[in-house]
Write a protein that binds this ligand. Structure first.
Ligand SMILES: Nc1nc2c(c(=O)[nH]1)N[C@H]1C(S)=C(S)[C@@H](COP(=O)(O)OP(=O)(O)OC[C@H]3O[C@@H](n4cnc5c(=O)[nH]c(N)nc54)[C@H](O)[C@@H]3O)O[C@H]1N2
Ligand SMILES: Nc1nc2c(c(=O)[nH]1)N[C@H]1C(S)=C(S)[C@@H](COP(=O)(O)OP(=O)(O)OC[C@H]3O[C@@H](n4cnc5c(=O)[nH]c(N)nc54)[C@H](O)[C@@H]3O)O[C@H]1N2
Ligand SMILES: [Mo]
Length: 676
């Protein structure tokens, strides 16, 4: 491995059949929406990648990349990449385009946006998420552009905002243990399939709140509490005790659908890890799956409180982790990157990205404001990933909607565009990354020249700003300037040299309390957040008995392992591993429906029909099916994906979607056709 100090920065301008240029090793970052934010080393020669590997020195990456990102070059050099601007020629959604020049595309887009903005800029909506999590190619120049324009703001709720609200209510921010310290933990709890855990309970979706209350009750009645920690570092213990007392283990076992004995053992093990008993530390790894249900925010609050009860935070290997992104709050220069001050006092409305289906179809009204007339999508594929696809598709197909999509590929969303603009990939642009699973800042330097006519997101918004006549000097900042300014307190030269820089976070950061709340104490309840409680699913036998009669199966839709949300679905080698869109079903449920492993099935409810293949497996618990996501609709069976059946109702806290709170029935693939 060459060291970065020895690397030669060959100029990448000269072309032609000259001698091979020297090898360069470039420091990069995985851009994807995953807690690991791996540091990458790219070996480049003559504008080609010779090798792409995880940085062996980066503690979280350990030299290894996942199956997907180790094939990142396949994505970059993919034959289907959009390499120049495209204008729609066929009917909306047909995916028929012609190539146009950048000037033509940018001029017409600016003309259309100006005309809409002259009536009301709030009729324009940016739509973006985490296609890249970079600070530069995420919300920097794009946010400046839309703030200056006075466009509607977007509430970016689609993934984690219920959990974020739950953590903030409890601890004042998105903070937790170091991921690396899980290795020191002697009891790791995570209520999903994970062979690294010491305990695994497959509870019914949406019942984590009940489980947490029962565990709290057990700790209280058995007096396995760290009284000193509770006294000094927790506010409102009595409120939690009152909430927990009705939740006997028996009641929780019935609610969660697990054996009483399993729950009792879990409670004993956790209680035995109490600080001061000489026992080893206990860690809880929460996952985002648990917060994609009606009561998701409250469930996160209740689970997150458990470590306070036993004083687990006193150990480096104790406590809990959902997200570590809050540690970066002091270093990220979001205000400078995004310039909300460019709104200049205008009070623009906020649209929730998770209800884009309903909102695109909504007419103007006094409460909502103007109808959405233009949508500019970057770093996201809403037609595939947003709930209740049938409405999302209908919304995007509105003839009077002007749609611009910045993309690498003709995704389901790009197919709906009036203009598709070619964006650079991570190997072609600058960026700086923070993480939600570790506490290192990671740099991404361009390794390759942009393919075709691709431009970075930041460049595209800079170009559009110029055409719109936005003359604030901030619209001149180039990508490297944005990267250099993205974080404070980190030496940029050192960051470039090593590829990453660690924040200073203590080993056991909350051993003495000191949570980022106003009082420094964790909070059970507060005026702002109310009292946490177990809130059952929107759709369940108890909440909606009539619906549960017709649709008796609960569906969760976690990611297929070889995709990253809907990214990589078009990478052949990865799609070949996944095969076809799958729904996993327990053998008992399959037998009850006379369904066989491998047959095509239809997953359906009143909202839609999702066609896929059945895998009969004990990975699914009885009564629950796993609809593995998130396929591109056009690469799925009959042009459908799992979001056909999900709905747009939101969580208790954080206005997040409730993808895993969804009742369905499953039948043979052609059963419903006869009725058509
Ligand atoms: N390979 C791969 N990795 C990814 C992604 C990907 O698409 N592919 N996506 C990334 C993204 S965007 C995110 S947000 C994270 C999400 O990663 P995680 O935080 O792990 O969340 P999910 O994968 O959504 O969780 C799915 C698991 O949650 C469990 N689960 C479902 N409902 C419940 C419930 O009500 N309670 C409990 N306790 N468990 C439940 C299911 O058993 C399922 O296995 O993963 C990231 N990592
Ligand atoms: N049913 C169901 N639906 C879900 C989920 C679920 O568990 N179940 N999970 C939800 C979650 S957790 C999330 S995070 C969302 C994910 O939703 P999205 O953030 O929309 O994620 P992706 O589907 O990966 O789409 C990202 C797109 O950005 C593009 N992209 C990548 N880099 C760049 C770039 O530099 N420039 C531009 N212009 N484009 C780029 C990629 O090509 C890709 O098409 O999906 C949600 N949807
Ligand atoms: Mo996510």
């Amino acid at each position: 491995m060459t060291s970065s100090a020895a690397r030669v920065d060959a100029p990448s301008t000269a072309d032609g059949p000259s001698a091979l240029k020297p090898l360069r090793e470039v420091r990069a970052a995985c851009p994807h929406d995953c807690p690991d934010t791996c540091a990458i080393r790219v070996t480049v020669q003559d504008d080609r990648v010779l090798k792409l590997q995880g940085d062996p020195n980066h503690p979280m990456t350990h030299g290894a990349l996942c199956t997907k990102v180790s094939r990142y070059v396949e994505r970059v050099e993919h034959a289907d990449r959009v390499l120049g601007p495209l204008r729609r020629v066929g009917p909306k959604g047909s995916g028929q385009f012609v190539a146009v020049s950048w000037d033509e595309a940018l001029d017409e887009i600016a003309t259309r946006l100006k005309a809409i903005a002259a009536r009301d800029p709030q009729a324009i909506l940016p739509y973006s998420y985490a296609g890249t999590m970079g600070l530069v190619q995420g919300e920097s120049m794009a946010a400046r552009f839309f703030h200056r324009l006075g466009a509607s703001l977007l509430d970016r709720t689609i993934c984690a905002s219920a959990g974020a609200a739950g953590l903030t209510a409890t601890y004042g921010g998105k903070v937790g243990m170091h991921t690396e310290h899980f290795a020191q933990s002697k009891l790791i709890l995570r209520t999903e399939t994970a062979d690294k855990c010491h305990r695994h309970l497959a509870i019914r979706p949406g019942t984590d709140g009940a489980l947490a209350l029962a565990l709290a009750r057990e700790l209280i009645v058995r007096d396995e509490l760290d009284h000193a920690y509770i006294r000094e570092h927790l506010e409102g213990f009595e409120v939690l005790r009152d909430r927990a007392m009705p939740w006997t283990l028996e009641r929780a076992a019935a609610e969660c659908g697990v054996a009483l004995e399993d729950l009792r053992e879990l409670a004993r093990d956790y209680g035995a890890a109490r600080h001061g008993t000489g026992a080893a530390p206990a860690a809880i790894r929460l996952n985002y799956g648990m917060q994609r249900v009606h009561g998701g925010g409250n469930a996160v609050r209740l689970v997150a409180l458990l470590p306070c009860l036993i004083g687990a935070w006193r150990h480096a290997g104790g406590g809990m982790l959902l997200s570590s992104s809050g540690w970066f709050a002091p270093v990220r220069r979001d205000q400078w990157l995004q310039r909300p001050d460019l709104l200049a006092g205008r009070r623009t409305r906020t649209i929730n990205m998770s209800t884009i289906g309903d909102d695109l179809l909504r007419p103007a009204d006094p409460e909502f404001g103007p109808r959405i007339e233009a949508i500019v999508v970057y770093n996201s594929n809403p037609v595939a990933v947003a709930p209740e696809s049938s409405k999302v598709v209908r919304g995007f197909q509105r003839e009077d909607l002007f749609t611009v999509v910045l993309e690498h590929f003709l995704t389901d969303t790009a197919d709906q565009a009036d203009y598709v603009l070619p964006a650079t990939t991570q190997l072609e642009h600058w960026d700086v990354h923070t993480s939600y699973g570790h506490t290192d800042v990671v740099i991404n330097e361009p390794a390759l020249r942009p393919r075709g006519q691709a431009r970075s997101n930041a460049q595209i918004f800079r170009d559009l700003a110029q055409r719109m006549g936005f003359d604030d000097p901030c619209f001149q900042d180039d990508d490297e300037t944005l990267a250099r300014g993205a974080v404070r307190g980190i030496d940029f030269a050192a960051l470039r040299q090593q590829g990453w820089q660690a924040l200073e976070v203590a080993d056991a950061p909350f051993a003495q309390g000191g949570f980022p709340t106003p009082s420094g104490r964790a909070r059970v309840a507060s005026a702002e957040w109310g009292v946490p409680d177990y809130i059952p699913n929107h759709e369940s036998a108890a909440s909606t008995p009539e619906l549960a009669q017709r649709y008796p199966l609960a569906m969760i839709s976690p990611p297929a392992r070889n995709f990253l949300n809907s990214t990589f679905v078009n990478v052949r080698s990865l799609r070949d591993i996944e095969g076809e869109p799958l729904v996993e079903m327990h053998p008992d449920d399959a037998a009850a429906r006379s369904l066989l492993d491998g047959q095509t099935v239809c997953v359906f409810n009143d909202r839609g029909r999702y066609h896929c293949r059945l895998r009969v497996s004990t990975r699914a618990r009885p009564g629950v099916v796993n609809g593995l996501g998130i396929w591109w609709r056009k690469l799925g069976l009959r042009g459908t994906n799992v979001n056909e059946v999900t709905h747009q109702r939101l969580t208790d806290l954080g206005r997040a979607p409730t993808f895993y709170d969804c009742l369905v029935e499953v039948g043979p693939g052609d059963a419903l056709d006869a009725a058509d």
